[in-house]
Write a protein that binds this ligand. Structure first.
Ligand code: KIV
Ligand code: ZN
Length: 397
């Protein structure tokens, strides 16, 4: 398969794996809003749903397939003809389409879920891929629970599904059990032992049960994977999937370590995160990496002093690069004189050191009893201590 080794394909599954998690279901029109946001973010593939799972999912995939032009639109399907037919039907108006077929390969899933032998699993996987190829030459095969699959069997499944026509091979850590070294070792093993592996792109799909989804996905990239499956805000089954915004910014910020980058317009990350949080009603934690409210906020005096002198003292990315307007120097009980001086200037006061001392003493007492101090509070405090000529035109109070 021809691909650019310097680029990682971003496969977004917010609308499928993300939506599958409790409390995250979306209407067709909400899904369309998210799909449009993902298109302007420039993801490569949008997994829009699981066509046969419900009429609503089918309708959403169909609507997205008719609307989105740049990214490939994808539907999930089991290795079952009726599933694959539904996926193909829902995708028929897509400019670029992908059918994503999967079957579980691990011993525990074979025994307790599928009640199928290794041979049956391989037969079903091959016929699923072959059937999907009748509708498109862009077929992804996932070996569900790949990480807990016997390595020799995984090599066989991957070899046979590539032979059958799969162009992307996804190796999920379905239950979020892997560590980064182990996950990378699985990818390296498949790359070195599957004879036809060059005909497919290897993909990561990591769940976050141990908080390792992003680290495992990045380890997969270092081991040669060139597609990453991820979701906005990391939503997904149980503890979620690898967070798209974290993967993309890690690839970009630490290119020296990882090498390949994505095509994502990173300046749209915050906006897309807010769109997904808005439609799912699931708020983003304040300290969430990249898109959380505190990701570029500083309250402590020492940090604020450093930030005012040179933002690189405490920031490794520029807020504008992910879509925040600027860093946020939050005033609170940990803040110092430098930040108060800066804020009073912004609010329209030109105060001398003595006035600043008095205002700062009152500010500290006031801030001790508050979570944060806003501009109105600062204005009132400074106004009590400054002379009329220290107040410039346009001062807020
Ligand atoms: O976690 C998983 O294994 C999946 C597959 C269906 C790709 O979501
Ligand atoms: Zn998953």
């Amino acid at each position: 398969m021809n691909y650019d080794p310097n680029r990682v394909i971003i496969f977004d599954t917010t609308l499928r794996d993300g939506e599958q998690s409790p409390g995250h279901s979306m209407t067709t029109s909400e899904k369309l809003d998210v799909a449009c946001a993902l298109e302007s973010l420039r993801v490569d593939v949008i997994e829009a749903g699981f066509a046969c799972s419900s009429p609503g999912d089918f309708e959403a995939i169909d609507t997205i397939a008719r609307t989105v032009r740049e990214p490939a639109v994808c539907s999930l399907a089991r290795c079952v003809e009726s599933d694959i037919k539904a996926a193909a039907e829902a995708l028929r108006h897509a400019k670029n389409k992908r059918i994503h077929v999967f079957i579980a390969t691990s011993p525990i899933h074979r025994e307790f879920k599928l009640r199928a032998s290794k041979e049956e699993v391989i037969t079903r996987a091959i016929s699923g891929v072959r059937y999907a190829r009748k509708f498109t030459d862009n077929v992804e095969f996932s070996a569900e629970d790949a990480f807990r699959t016997e390595p020799d069997f995984l090599v066989e499944v991957v070899t046979r599904t590539i032979e059958a026509g799969a162009t992307t091979i996804n190796l999920p850590d379905t239950v979020g059990y892997a560590t980064p070294d182990e996950y990378a070792a699985m990818i390296r093993d498949v790359r070195s032992r599957v004879p036809n592996i060059k005909r497919a792109i290897i993909s990561t799909h990591c769940h976050n049960d141990l908080g390792l989804a992003v680290a495992n996905s990045l380890a997969g990239v270092q081991a040669g994977a060139r597609q990453v499956e991820c979701t906005i805000n990391g939503i997904g089954e149980r503890a979620g999937n690898a967070a798209l915004e974290e993967i993309v910014m890690a690839l970009r910020t630490r290119r020296d370590v990882y090498g390949p980058v994505s095509s994502i317009d990173t300046t749209k990350l915050v906006q897309t995160s807010r769109t997904v949080a808005g439609v799912t009603g699931s708020h983003v934690q304040r300290n969430k990496a990249i898109v959380g409210r505190n990701a570029f906020a500083h309250e402590s005096g020492i940090h604020q002093h450093g930030m005012l002198a040179n933002p690189e003292t405490y920031e490794i990315m520029r807020p504008e690069d992910v879509g925040f307007a600027a860093s946020d120097l939050v005033l609170g009980k940990h803040s110092g004189r430098a930040a108060l001086r800066e804020r009073t200037r912004k609010l329209g006061y030109d105060i001398d050191e003595g006035t600043l001392d008095r205002a700062f003493a009152e500010f500290k007492t006031f801030a001790d009893s508050r979570k944060a101090v806003d501009d109105d509070d600062v204005g009132r405090i400074v106004a009590r201590h400054c002379a009329p000529d220290q107040k410039m035109d346009g001062a807020i109070i």
